[in-house]
Write a protein that binds this ligand. Sequence first.
Ligand SMILES: [Zn+2]
Length: 87
Amino acid sequence: MNQQFEDLRASELYCPRCKTAQPVREKLLLVLPHSELHDYRCVACGESLGSREVKAPPVMPAAAAPRGARRPAPQAQPSRGRLPPRR
Ligand SMILES: [Zn+2]
């Protein structure tokens, strides 16, 4: 309980510059409408070691979706418009 970890989520990735696995720091790179792009950088040299796309859950208000209002199943309608030609 004595140690405090910083904002470190992905533990270690191989860094081609350091030629060893290094702890990485996650950085929010880009915010898209439906996802976020996170970048992983080596804490030693700052090399970008990879990125990850995090899908953001769609924002929907909890009480907005009426689940009880179901449409009745479409009944079989009498065919119209495509009458067979009569003689
Ligand atoms: Zn490095």
